[in-house]
Write a new protein. Structure first.
Lengths: 121, 240
């Protein structure tokens, strides 16, 4: 748990430094994600096996409760009630239509090009 | 009464209240969702936010006071984003096998969702700040907030739009997949993760493990794609 949390936070930290240092418009945690993924692939290629059980269980714990982590930012809605009230129509219409379009485009392209599924569920 | 008042004054100045309230209300909301048999409308995230927002408004507590405590939960979004590397690593072989389809599907879905949101909101007269905060709404909160800040949107608005988008995607994915006869679980999961990030993916996980794995993959990949593509699109589409 300690090692795993240290690894995750360190990846985020380095990601933040890299993103700001080179000035690329990618958030630090995403750079951290890519670093960790690259590290895991490298580790496997060096014949040292997959990620440790501790890392897997810490990551699972965080991701299993992902919903909780959205709550504090969402409660921020109370500071934006005025703006939201004045612009509810463009917001509602654009979110509904663009989300529907995003779903069908992604789903259709993937099914069209992915080839037959191996019957897995 | 006097004692109660002093207790309240103490609680208002410590981060403990906001933190405990967030955890307790979310725990209760999960229970409600379970009782409603995980119906798409009984989303625990939505329930928790509505309850906490009403509590803040009713007690005249400023958001900044609440966030003093809630920031400890909020902070974990960063390490949680990094942790997405693990499901991606676990599915690496499957990703490599269908990379030919995954990359164009996520690119197309990402660009269509962001571009249509910006164009529609701008046509309907939304101010620039809202248009720019809508652009990254399909990706997971920490990425969306970072991107919104970078392109001149409002991070708190972006967080709210991300949330609404996730809930809308959860409701629309069934009809959307039926309309286009998309039956492939990999495609459904990828669509959920690309258009509706973690909220829609959590929903797909209840139905199919394959869809969940591809949803998790799409959250990570679309996060990276959006972080690169949306600032470029914003320059083209957000207007003056």
């Amino acid at each position: 748990m300690l090692n795993a949390l240290t690894l995750l936070i360190t990846c985020q930290f380095i990601g933040e430094i890299v993103a700001r240092g080179i000035g690329i418009p990618v958030p630090g945690p995403v750079v951290g994600l890519l670093l960790l993924l690259g590290g895991l692939i490298l580790r496997n290629q060096m014949g040292r096996g997959g990620p440790s059980e501790a890392l897997k269980s810490t990551a699972n714990g965080l991701l299993a409760n992902l919903g909780l982590l959205f709550v504090p930012a969402g409660v921020g809605v109370v500071t934006q009630l005025g703006v939201l009230g004045r612009n509810w129509l463009p917001i509602a219409v654009s979110i509904l239509i663009s989300t529907f379009l995003g779903l069908i485009v992604t789903g259709w392209v993937m099914q069209r090009f992915a080839g037959p599924e191996g019957g897995e569920r | 009464m006097e004692k109660l008042f002093h207790l309240w004054v103490y609680l208002e100045t410590t981060p403990l209240l906001g933190l405990a309230a967030t955890l307790l209300v979310y725990r209760g909301a999960v229970e409600v969702a379970r009782l409603a048999r995980w119906h798409a409308l009984a989303n625990p995230i939505l329930i928790a936010i509505v309850v906490l927002a009403c509590l803040l408004l009713a007690t005249h507590t400023p958001y900044s006071a609440y966030f003093q405590g809630a920031q400890y939960v909020h902070f974990l979004l960063g390490p949680a984003t990094v942790a997405l590397a693990l499901p991606m690593y676990a599915n690496l072989a499957r990703i490599r096998r269908s990379a030919r389809a995954i990359v164009p599907a996520i690119l197309a879905g990402s660009i269509v969702a962001a571009a249509s949101a910006m164009v529609l909101s701008r046509l309907l007269g939304a101010p620039r700040e809202i248009v720019l905060s809508l652009a990254p709404k399909s990706v997971t909160t920490p990425i969306a907030m970072g991107v919104a800040e970078q392109i001149g949107g409002n991070p708190s608005l972006a967080a709210i739009f991300v949330l609404i988008t996730g809930l809308v995607a959860t409701l629309l994915i069934g009809p959307a997949m039926t309309v286009l006869r998309v039956t492939d679980w990999r495609a459904q999961g990828l669509a959920a993760g690309t258009a509706g990030h973690g909220i829609a993916t959590a929903r797909m996980l209840l139905i199919s493990e394959t869809a969940g794995a591809f949803g998790g993959l799409a959250i990570g990949l679309n996060g990276v794609v959006t972080a690169i593509v949306v600032p470029l699109l914003a320059g083209l589409l957000a207007g003056p």
